[in-house]
Write a protein that binds this ligand. Sequence first.
Ligand code: NDP
Length: 507
Amino acid sequence: MATIPTIATPAADTDVFVLPAATIAGTPVRTHGAEGTQGANGVAHDATPIFNASTGATIGWQEHASAALVDAAVRSAHGALASWRGTTPVARGKLLKKIAELIEADRARLAAMQMQVSGKPPLEADIDVGDAAATFNYYGDLCLDEKAFAPETLALPDDAVTGERFYEAVGVAALIVPWNFPMVTTAWKIAPALAAGCTVVLKPSEITSPVEHLLAEIISEAGVPEGVVNLVNGGGEVGALLTAHPLVDKISFTGSTASGTKVMQAAAQDMKRLTLELGGKSALIVRADADVERAVTLAVGGAFTNAGQMCSATARILVHDDVYRKFMAAFETAVRAIVVGPPQSANVAMGPLVCAAQRSRVQALVEQGVQAGASVAFSGSLETACADGFFMAPVVIAEPPADNLLWTDEVFGPVACVKSFRTDEEAIALANDTRYGLVATVVTADREAARRYKAQLRAGLVWINTPQLIFPQVCWGGLGLSGIGRELGLAGLRSYQELRHALADIG
Ligand code: NDP
């Protein structure tokens, strides 16, 4: 077994790597050497295996940060704060642009790692890398432009007093990211945090942490000073230890609503600033005037991209009665044609689920939903190459009862439900009949109808006739149980800053 402090490209499944429990102030920290902690396999006895999602093979091990390492990582970020917060936006912008450049230069290796640990098809893995680079570029440009950082003079009704509004980095930010889009979610948090002048402790998901370790190497190579970005590997208590740490000023968490609730409770203890990006149960609405072919393309992308493991999955598909049969026929053809397989298969369009536990969870939900009255209209199929990985064929449920869990609960897998409707009012009511509110898609040729839907759908982002486009300029975040705050855009930067004011009478 190779025991390397930082990770090498796992060119083949035989190259097993070990991820250190933490990287603090640029130094990888291994735990395997500590007395009593070494297991028979040469890594810490409680290390988590990292799997190739398409083959089920163990490609590496990830050690967990102890309470002492979490504390050391937070103290490292705290120690680097004054100096980093004192740098100019231009200096930070140059570093962010450099990170973007290095990500672009390493595009193939970063995509390959995502294909290994998540089983993402090559196109999806590459899009994620491009998205991460675009995010660092966007916040780099915002810093170089400086306007977003300049103090603003206030117009006041008292001539003797001058007023100023200015922004200051919040402080140490704990960034907890999930496994479904590890590169993207990490970039969405680290780039604005660094732009604002915050120092960070990043906690990746233990399932996909090699991706963040590569990104952390790139950030260090770009010249970001030691201590500004620290990383702790999770699994168990690490997230909770981080969110409870008194020197953490801001938490940004992406994950389930259940864990988000716990994070919010931890933040309340000492009023930590908080951004939560949680679940969703989003709708895609196909009006009678829709281009059905386009609607089917958008439905397939909205429900089955990343094997449906998306907070933004539009897995509740509402189709007008007049086009329902036509839509279902074309949707069935399209779903049956989805090539499910490992990243290297020809024409692969959908990969495996991220791990065995997630597949079991999704399969159990489908079984429960069917027992409660939902019926499977049709499903896709698996290639023979899928035998060993965490694959699952796409499933489509037709007309589930409104209280069926497949219609009401986030499934986070390749499962879509379709329901028919007769009027716009009915479609909007069905779409809004959820406590989540992340995104929605409307397919229509009618501008006026599009305007009404945009206004009445309870969602943070509405797409009209487009796939799930995401630009760093456009904020991301939802209503209700989908979370609090916004990532990306100017609001994403502001979420890592405190708004402050000064009033003066100095003659
Ligand atoms: P969770 O969101 O529940 O992930 C657990 C994460 O939360 C881990 O990083 C864990 O870290 C951390 N965590 C748990 N408790 C706390 C706490 N009290 N304070 C701080 N951090 C905490 O998702 P899972 O990975 O278990 O997936 C379950 C479901 O979550 C999925 O099926 C899906 O529905 C949803 N999900 C949603 C995502 C989204 O994009 N919105 C992304 C991924 C999952 P540690 O173990 O180190 O403590």
